[in-house]
Design a protein. Structure first.
Length: 195
């Protein structure tokens, strides 16, 4: 019973080229890492039946004072023009404190519109959020649209790797009696990272 933690600077390397650390605990210290490098970490649970599936790679920058990703970053929509974002603050060593968060979002490209509007859609909006926040309401969004959203924590030493909600699509929205909603569905899809 326990976990296997795999880590490597090259996420494309075959798994047998990754460093491996076994542990029975829910945390483990990785040692002798190179500073100013990005490591990719994958974890699998292990029991008497064998090893479980590997997690997706999680990126970590090895640099003093750089925060990890905000944890459990999620978005919910109960209104077609709003997304309520939630997260847990990243862990920080010692006396280092968060400076703020940088929220970036943009509309996904719609191939059915002209090129100048596509370029407008690709321009990310940036919002600086207070370090004490763990939720934020994105408002005045365009219904029936896909958004790419990322959130990065920042300290005085720099910006960490962004956590992402890959994309959000609002569908099946109808107005009844002026303001009431018949249904709103939220679909999450994977999309490439942007910075």
């Amino acid at each position: 019973m326990g976990y296997n933690v795999f880590y490597n600077r090259n996420p494309q390397a075959p798994l047998d080229h990754w460093q491996k650390v076994g542990t029975q605990f829910e945390s483990v210290k990785l040692e002798k890492l190179f500073t100013s490098e990005t490591y990719h970490i994958r974890v699998s649970a292990q029991n008497s039946a064998g090893d479980g599936p590997l997690t997706d790679p999680y990126e970590v920058i090895v640099k003093f004072g750089i925060p990890s990703q905000p944890r459990e970053f999620t978005g919910l929509s109960f209104n077609p023009k709003e997304i309520h974002l939630n997260w847990i603050a990243p862990n920080l060593p010692g006396k280092i404190s968060l400076q703020d968060y940088l929220l970036k979002y943009r509309l996904a490209v719609d191939m059915n519109i002209n090129k100048s509007k596509q370029q407008q859609q690709q321009q990310p909006m940036e919002v600086k959020l207070s370090a004490d926040l763990t939720e934020y309401l994105m408002e005045t969004l365009i219904p029936n649209s896909t958004y790419h959203i990322s959130l990065a924590a920042r300290t005085k030493y720099g910006t960490g790797i962004a956590a992402e909600i890959m994309s959000l699509v609002f569908v099946n929205y109808e107005i009844l009696d002026g303001n009431r909603q018949k249904s709103v569905d939220l679909i999450l899809q994977l999309a490439p990272t942007y910075q």
